[in-house]
Design a protein around this ligand. Structure first.
Ligand SMILES: Cc1ncc(COP(=O)(O)O)c(C=O)c1O
Length: 385
């Protein structure tokens, strides 16, 4: 074995991204302008929605959607318990209450059979997350939402280009949110975008992202500054052109890892439904901690020492995070208060408890060559505690 170090994520930037940045610097036009517009047009085309509204990041995308959908303080939003924190903190920033649902034991995405338990007369929306790049079970989620008059906000931060039964994620719910943080399938440095077919919602989102200003003089809504800058869009626009090729390579590497490591007793490739196109943000595997005799974190550390960086998230159910544990969403004066006597988030959900801390993502980004992948296979195959 050589002594290489295989990274788990790297942005792949080319000449066009550099030239565009230089152009922004030369012109001095940083404020949302032609590059943002070009980026939005390309993304709407790619996802197949009428509108794409670029914003400062994936978290502000989520928050802006809840606002534009008209959610009121105290309204409840059902979120999965295994996801990045901001799927739920965005809900709280909107003065709404996140209600944590369990995850599907095989797919790790929102368990639609747990939705009924989470439903109250304050429920207004569901945020399914296409975790690790695998679409959530959208037919069932959509049907439940329609039955109960709930909005569906897709959190597609990790799923650029993933498809569910032929439909691009971000085009299935009322609205879709993406993140272009540096480790994602494509990047803008920092950035996000919202997709929707709803003209009125799009108009409202555009207004809210820029101070709620209808014109130079008037603030007609309580808006934010959640705009994307030209610098970010200058990087993002050529990245959109390369996404399909990036994803093809991600899938090729991930499927090779699944095949060549699929027989290990302690490491199980994640399930991929035959009706989805996985975006392979991760090449996800589940660790059998009893068989290997190590915790997920110990495996992650040991592989790193052997030159294979992996992703290792999420290590705890979201309802266990201190920020949620120490606050309460119900029966208080305000939907979000530090009420020590209320134990709203003192819950335990079986699937997420079993999975949290035990998933890792092996390196699969398009910057890897075949020798890198050979090395990953060799290290993982020969791995012992
Ligand atoms: C599932 C999920 N939702 C939301 C976000 C938030 O995106 P951002 O980091 O761009 O704010 C992320 C980011 O990593 C994410 O993975």
């Amino acid at each position: 074995m050589d002594d290489r170090y295989v990274s788990v994520a790297e942005p792949l930037l080319g000449d066009e991204e550099r030239d565009n940045i230089e152009h922004v610097l030369d012109t001095g036009r940083f404020l949302q302008g032609p590059f943002v517009e070009e980026f939005e047009d390309k993304w709407a085309d790619f996802v197949g929605t009428e509108h794409a509204i670029a914003v400062s990041n994936g978290t502000t995308a989520l928050q802006l959607c809840l606002n534009a959908l008209g959610l009121e303080p105290g309204d409840e939003v059902i979120v999965p318990s295994l996801t990045f924190g901001s799927t739920a903190t965005a809900v709280v920033h909107q003065a709404c209450v996140p209600v944590f649902a369990d995850i599907d034991r095989e797919l790790y995405t929102l368990d639609h059979t747990d939705l009924e338990r989470c439903l109250t007369d304050r429920t207004e929306a569901i945020i399914p997350v296409h975790l690790y790049g695998h679409p959530a079970e959208m037919d069932e989620i959509r049907a439940f939402a329609d039955e109960h008059g709930l909005a569906v906000v897709e959190d597609a931060a990790q799923a650029h280009g993933a498809k569910y039964k032929g439909a691009q994620v971000g085009s299935i719910g009322d609205v879709g949110c993406f993140s272009f943080y540096a480790t994602k399938n494509i990047t803008t440095g920092e950035g996000g975008i919202i997709t929707t077919d709803d003209d009125e919602l799009a108009e409202s989102l555009r207004l809210l992202r820029s101070h709620g200003m209808a014109n130079r003089d008037e603030h007609i809504a309580l808006g934010y500054n959640y705009r994307m800058s030209e610098l970010n869009a200058a990087i993002g626009s050529p990245q959109v052109d390369r996404l399909t090729e990036f994803n093809r390579r991600r899938a090729e590497i991930s499927e090779r890892l699944f095949t060549e490591l699929g027989d290990l007793e302690w490491l199980r490739p994640a399930t991929v439904r035959d009706y989805v196109d996985h975006a392979y943000f991760w090449a996800p595997f589940e660790i059998d901690t009893d068989r290997i005799g190590m915790t997920g974190k110990e495996v992650w550390e040991a592989l790193k020492q052997r030159g294979v960086e992996t992703r290792h998230r999420y290590t705890m159910p979201l309802y266990e995070q201190p920020v949620f544990k120490q606050h309460c969403g119900f029966n208080s004066d305000f939907p979000w208060s530090a009420n020590e006597n209320d134990h709203q988030y003192d819950i335990s959900l079986p699937n997420v408890e079993e999975v949290a801390g035990n998933t890792i993502g092996l390196p699969n980004h398009p910057g890897l060559d075949e020798e890198d992948v050979d090395y990953v296979v060799e290290v993982v195959r020969n791995f012992e505690p």
